[in-house]
Ligand binder design. Sequence first.
Ligand SMILES: Nc1ncnc2c1ncn2[C@@H]1O[C@H](COP(=O)(O)OP(=O)(O)O)[C@@H](O)[C@H]1O
Ligand SMILES: [Mg+2]
Length: 273
Amino acid sequence: MSEATPHDNILEAKAVTLRFGGVTSLADVTLEHHRGEILSVIGPNGAGKTSLFNCLTGVYSPQEGSIRFQPAVGKALSLVGKRPHRINRAGIARTFQTSRLFNALSTFENVKIGVEARTTTGPLGAVLHLPHTSREDRRANDETERLLSFVGLSEQAGVLASALAYGDRRLLEVARALGTRPEVLLLDEPAAGTNPTEKLKLSALIARINAELSVSVLLIEHDMRLVMSVAQRIYVLNFGRVIAEGTPAEVQQHPAVIEAYLGAPKHDAAPST
Ligand SMILES: Nc1ncnc2c1ncn2[C@@H]1O[C@H](COP(=O)(O)OP(=O)(O)O)[C@@H](O)[C@H]1O
Ligand SMILES: [Mg+2]
């Protein structure tokens, strides 16, 4: 974290505008994700948070603006127009707001698919059972085990994804995304629907992903307590626009943020910590 300077951005969106017919989902959004930081994007429902993730991961192509990814210093890559798998291979992984696990596969297999997404045979090869070298396969198994242990799911390795507790499903999605060895991890409301204990677990996991795996994290989250405890900086979106940016303390005091969340400014009604 101490290495990050204001201009060493691992990910950078500049004046991004995204429209669907008459709807403007993102209007002139500029965002800088400093290398090594946990950055959060918050905002009311429909603010454009998921749309932003979709632009960063190649699901949507914004009509205006630029997106730059710099996996290593001096190695910049423009992301607009690139396909999602290409962006994933370049070093950006994500989880989705709603679960996209393979329910008929085990916990172990779900993570292994993430790990194999970057090997030469790739996930399609894995599904078609194309021959892996046994060494390659052993390495994928080892890494899958390491990741399951990292997120605390080792004991559930053989359990079908569909049979996991809700909070564990969310952890599994994170493990699968980590399997692609990203430089940046995008988490879209990972704690949605989880209980307070699971939220604490997730928040500790996000901090460890950042500190121990040196992964920059971009976090969309509604739970203010979680965001405030884990994020170093926050962008606030409302109606597709950035209305505030700063440290958790700065953002909490921001009149536009208080208004966006509560409809009217009130001195004691900032998002609670
Ligand atoms: N594929 C799409 N087609 C049409 N409108 C979309 C599409 N994706 C997002 N939008 C619109 O963009 C706006 C922002 O949505 P979204 O990014 O999902 O917000 P958030 O994640 O902040 O709740 C909404 O008005 C939504 O209806
Ligand atoms: Mg969303």
